[in-house]
Write a protein that binds this ligand. Structure first.
Ligand SMILES: C[S@@+](CC[C@H](N)C(=O)[O-])C[C@H]1O[C@@H](n2cnc3c(N)ncnc32)[C@H](O)[C@@H]1O
Length: 198
């Protein structure tokens, strides 16, 4: 596949993220997150901050023909990678901010978000948006890292990056989680309270 070699490197970053980091850091969490979300075979699901499509792909393997997945991310390069990797009529791909979801109100059975929450600058706005799009009784399931102190692998990676590239790079690579989360929090809730309490 050559599609990700067409521009200034963003597509190569998306490919490297998906092929190197995702298998190491995230793949083993995907089914656990979906188990928590319990979407049901024909559910309407939003994959919030879908990145290169790990969770969307795992959802598709478990959903029926009538299901719909709306996969949303800010990054067009990640979406390009994801839509090529998981081409499926049940998915629609949206380049959008999590605080302005391109989805009808009260339509989603489940919102899933794997390692996106910590990057949203305005979590109350995202929380309100998740609440708007969920049907009454709908569920939000999210995974988010805690601090480096609770995560030895990423801490070692941040230290190595710091050794090679300096303090600024170390600090940037060390801001991966939220201080109130443990090592890695998997949460589900019927309201969006979890977004506000991390
Ligand atoms: C660590 S990646 C996780 C991606 C994916 N969920 C996965 O499991 O591989 C975080 C993602 O959040 C996206 N993101 C960050 N801020 C966002 C926002 N405000 N709205 C939508 N997506 C956002 C990034 O573009 C990136 O793809």
């Amino acid at each position: 596949m050559t599609f990700y070699r067409q521009d200034d490197g963003r597509h190569e970053i998306a490919a490297a993220y998906s092929e190197r980091l995702v298998p190491w850091l995230f793949t083993h969490w995907a089914d656990r997150l979906i188990d928590l979300a319990r979407p049901g075979g024909s559910a309407e699901v939003i994959d919030l901050a879908c990145g290169t499509g790990l969770i969307t792909g795992a959802l598709l393997a478990r959903l029926d023909d009538g299901a719909r997945v709306h996969s949303v991310d800010l990054d067009p390069a990640a979406l390009a990678y994801a839509s090529a990797a998981f081409s499926d009529d049940r998915v629609s791909w949206h380049e959008a901010d999590a605080s302005q979801l391109p989805c009808e109100s009260s339509t989603a059975d489940v919102v899933v978000c794997n390692q996106g929450l910590q990057f949203f600058p305005d979590r109350p706005a995202v929380s309100a948006e998740v609440l708007r799009v969920l049907r009454p009784g709908g569920r939000l399931a999210l995974a988010v890292w805690g601090t480096l102190a609770a995560n030895p692998w990423p801490a070692a990676m941040a230290a190595a990056i710091g050794d090679a590239l300096g303090e600024e790079a170390r600090r940037a690579s060390g801001t991966l989680g939220l201080s109130k989360a443990p090592c890695c929090a998997l949460k589900t809730c019927s309201t969006t309270k979890a977004l506000m309490t991390f």
